[in-house]
Design a protein around this ligand. Structure first.
Ligand code: FES
Length: 353
């Protein structure tokens, strides 16, 4: 499109043949102004306003009930109870109840505030000029006056039901955090010391669910395993696999540096806990040339050819090794449980000293 096609009034300022700047008489982008204000039903019908008020109060009341439910769940539900929730499967009942009640409590406070603002607070449109960042005293006065006006228009003083329930919901909600602090104890004591691994327990491939033979573990591969008999459909699957998850690699026996590691392996096949000894992330990155494994959470690096020793990162101690062998049917089996607690388990190690 050429300038000849554009209406004259829409052309920007331009130079004339004499070098003068000509400015269009009218601003081509004039402020169209605010559309006419439309009243909401709540502005003209006190009955509708009362219904909105009750809705907001109901949401705040549900929030209060959920906070009470959160606290009750914390005390009433056994910590190791699990429930089946579709489509997730078996999950810890207390975690589910705490998450659900806290989530609904927060949602209801938010939804109540939004509904209140949309239906009962003043919705008169205001246009103001942009001003300098540094406010002058008059502007500060105006801001304070606007704030007072806003508080007045929010009807907080007039809508007693909303005020009471909102303060109730906001006052109760922080209690949830106080009770969560109780989750820091008690110490797990012996619960983390033992895993499902035991003498004669077969090593089962996590992906195929099949018992593993030495021939299934080629040099340079990383295989994840679980104890035979542990199924994903089990109620306590997550709890048990969090302790028993195993990674298996095969190293040329002459490349194994640690003598005990050699004794606890089978033909270069070594099995280590998959749970990082820093704060318990599952380790998953294997470098086959160096036999190093890396924890993706904070980059702790362990040498699986040297007793799972920590090479780098915040992990405080080596990965526990599982003593393995081969049974008379040719399957890989455990020769006992881990000799030391898996994962961080700092409380148990401290008690041994
Ligand atoms: S959990 Fe593995 S490095 Fe932190």
């Amino acid at each position: 499109m050429s300038n000849h096609d554009i209406p004259e009034e829409n052309l920007p300022e331009r130079s004339t043949a004499h070098g003068e700047v000509s400015v269009p008489d009218e601003n081509p982008f004039a402020d169209p102004g605010l559309p006419p204000h439309e009243h909401r039903i709540q502005d003209i019908d006190e009955g509708a306003a009362r219904r909105s008020e009750r809705t907001v109060a109901l949401l705040f009341t549900i929030s209060m009930l959920c906070t009470v439910g959160f606290i009750a769940s914390y005390f009433a539900i056994p910590r190791d109870k699990s429930i089946f929730v579709f489509p997730i499967g078996h999950i810890n009942a207390m975690n589910f109840a705490l998450g659900l009640t806290l989530g609904v409590a927060l949602f209801c406070i938010g939804a109540g505030a939004v509904h209140w603002a949309r239906t009962l607070m003043s919705d008169v449109e205001i246009a103001d000029e942009r001003h300098a960042i540094e406010a002058d005293p008059e502007t500060k006065q105006k801001v304070l006056a606007d704030f007072a006006q806003g508080a007045k228009e929010s009807a907080l003083g007039r809508r007693g039901l909303i005020r009471t329930t909102m303060f109730g919901a906001l006052a109760l909600l922080p209690l949830s955090g106080v009770f969560l602090l109780g989750g820091l104890g008690p110490k797990p004591e012996e619960k983390l010391r033992h895993t499902l691994w035991a003498k004669g327990k077969l090593l089962v491939n996590m992906n195929t669910d099949q018992p593993l033979r030495p021939a299934d573990i080629p040099v340079g591969s990383l295989t994840f395993a679980k104890p035979d008999g542990l199924e994903e459909s089990d109620e306590d699957f997550q709890q048990q696999i969090a302790k028993a998850a195993l990674m298996i690699i095969r190293i040329q026996p002459e490349n194994i540096k640690d003598k005990r590691e050699l004794d606890w392996s089978h033909d270069g096949i070594v099995a280590y806990s998959k749970i990082c000894t820093h704060v318990g992330c599952p380790i998953s990155l294997y470098e086959q040339q160096t036999h190093h494994v890396l924890c993706p959470c904070h980059q702790s690096t362990f040498d699986l050819s040297d007793g799972g020793r920590v090479l780098f990162g915040p992990a405080g101690h080596a990965l526990p090794q599982l003593h393995i062998g081969v049974n008379q049917d040719g399957f890989l089996e455990a020769r006992g449980d881990f000799a030391e607690p898996v994962g961080p388990a700092f409380w148990e190690r401290g008690a041994e000293k």
